[in-house]
Design a protein around this ligand. Sequence first.
Ligand SMILES: *Cc1c(COP(=O)(O)O)cnc(C)c1O
Length: 357
Amino acid sequence: MMNLKTVLRKELKSKPVDESKLGFGHVFTDHMLLIDYTEGIGWHDARIVPYGPISLDPACQVLHYGQEIFEGLKCYRRQDGGLNLFRPRANFERMARSAKRMGMAPLAVEDGLETLLALLKVEADWVPHQEGTSLYIRPTMIATDNHLGVSASSTYLYYVILSPSGAYYATGLAPVGIYVEDAYVRAVRGGVGEAKTGGNYAASILAGVNAKHSGYAQVLWLDGVEQRYIEEVGAMNMMFVYEDRRIVTPVLNGSILPGITRDSVLKLAAHMGYETQEARMDINAVIQDIQAGRITEAFGTGTAAVVSPVDHISFKGREIPIGKGGIGPITQKLYDTLTGIQYGRLEDPMDWIVRVN
Ligand SMILES: *Cc1c(COP(=O)(O)O)cnc(C)c1O
């Protein structure tokens, strides 16, 4: 275990009383975790300290060249009051891969997990209680050298902040419409699409704003080479259900972010007896399959929403309904099962849960 110092806040903040008004990512807990990296020394000075602003030099590398990565996972409160994490090692493994792609110093998976568990023990009372709520966890790593020359930083800061968050679906799964983006792309072959780095989000913001103006919740991203193959939906992975029994998702190709929810849905669906397939998915073929009724459901997957049903899609000025509209039964079943495992209501056949306490 890394040596970890803890400085507790003298006066704790008051916790949100009405958990139905939490929303996402507005409220932060009393403490945060920081670890420094220095070339030649490695990761050092792990510490839990009161939550608050961090001071950066205006020449700080991350502010100019975006050498930054992050993760997103949740801590769930079980019915017995205890706390669950869902596949947290997968997040730290992905973060180490993101670090390598971005030329940054990876943090050891066990160090990431152990220090997170220590932070969660300090902040356990911040995990909300109401159905569907959770404590959102945001591990982040930034380059902290202070000079304007472009190079890999020799120092990094890793930090974790925690945010109690409301139920994503207050009144049950809500289907959305998506807009097939044919002008902009999110990521390209050989680029950083498979790294969880802020730049991918920056690249996606304008298209997202345009889609919202046109009345669509998210953008459906096509590949950055031919603009023909489906990649992701917003910041989620995309799944299609064929003929009520086969679940197909775009195969990981280097520009798609390898979602942990994506992987979990594929494994769970196979366990439940569905066929699963990872394939290159041509948008024209998919549109034909939707219109012919071969595609019966579609949904996005990600930690925030778990699944997000898609009931219509805009392609080249046409609006195309998917399946029978509304929430498909397989989408609903996968959502119920996955959230059931996360909150400890259902058995955990794949051994995915790590108990905090
Ligand atoms: C984080 C992320 C996802 C979803 O990953 P999960 O591990 O399932 O939360 C999908 N696409 C992008 C671009 C992401 O950043």
